[in-house]
Design a binder for this molecule. Structure first.
Ligand code: DX5
Ligand code: ZN
Length: 219
């Protein structure tokens, strides 16, 4: 499928964790398309966030798509918990285990959308043979683990992913995550991205700015 309209997926990693539900409602009202939920395990990535029980508590606060980015290894034992918690899209990393195909099969077996994510160094060819199963490709433009890092310009990889999606003709989101701000947003959209994750750029300057911050990323 060709590039779809740009959608914005604010990452709640940059929100106030003491009022997560309220923050989710605010970005929903501010025009978020997806709610991007970063799950970190202190093992696959050097930071910890939260697990499925928190996602379950957030579910009543928004009807928007819950885009759950799992930075955990192993992935498979926790998939069912994240499905039951209300995830709409579950994304696993290529680098998180030896059996990516099995992981994607497991996600899809629950009837939710399956995403695959690639760290900045991971070649796009690594997902060539799962293109028929994925609903979302997430290209990392920082090393995963923390918000507020500088954009790593793997624009050639985004463009290559765009070509692969266009060639297969399936409805696959091309999402970019890390260091996205109004300037880098233009670059990744030009390279073919159609879903932009942003933490710092959405949550800066307080809740009254969320809507304007989201709008500024649409290119
Ligand atoms: C990083 C996370 C990102 C992060 C983006 O591991 O996957 O979603 O929150 O944060 P910013 O937009 O601040 O780079
Ligand atoms: Zn993320």
């Amino acid at each position: 499928m060709p590039q779809q309209p740009v959608r914005i997926a604010p990452s709640i990693l940059s929100s106030d964790f003491s009022i997560l539900g309220e923050e989710v409602r605010r970005i929903d009202e501010g025009g978020a398309d997806y709610i991007h939920i970063d799950v970190m395990d202190g093992h696959f990535v050097p930071n910890l966030t939260f697990g499925a029980p928190v996602v379950k508590c957030l579910r009543p606060h928004s009807k928007k798509i819950f885009d759950v980015h799992l930075m955990i290894a192993p992935v498979d034992p926790l998939i069912e918990d994240f499905v039951k918690a209300g995830s709409d899209i579950i994304t696993a990393h290529v680098e998180a285990g030896p059996h990516l195909h099995r992981t994607l099969q497991a996600i899809k077996s629950h009837g939710v959308k399956a995403g695959v994510s690639l760290n900045p160094h991971t070649p796009i060819e690594s997902i060539q043979h799962v293109m028929d199963m994925v609903d979302l490709i997430l290209i990392m433009t920082v090393n995963p683990g923390f918000g507020g890092q500088s954009f790593i310009p793997v624009l050639d990889k985004i463009a290559a992913a765009r070509k692969m999606i266009d060639a297969i003709g399936r409805d696959i989101d091309l999402e970019v995550d890390g260091g996205v701000n109004p300037e880098t947003a233009k670059q990744v959209i030009a390279a073919g991205a159609d879903v932009l994750v942003a933490g710092t750029a959405v949550f800066k300057d307080g809740p009254e700015q969320y809507a304007a911050n989201i709008k500024a990323l649409r290119g």
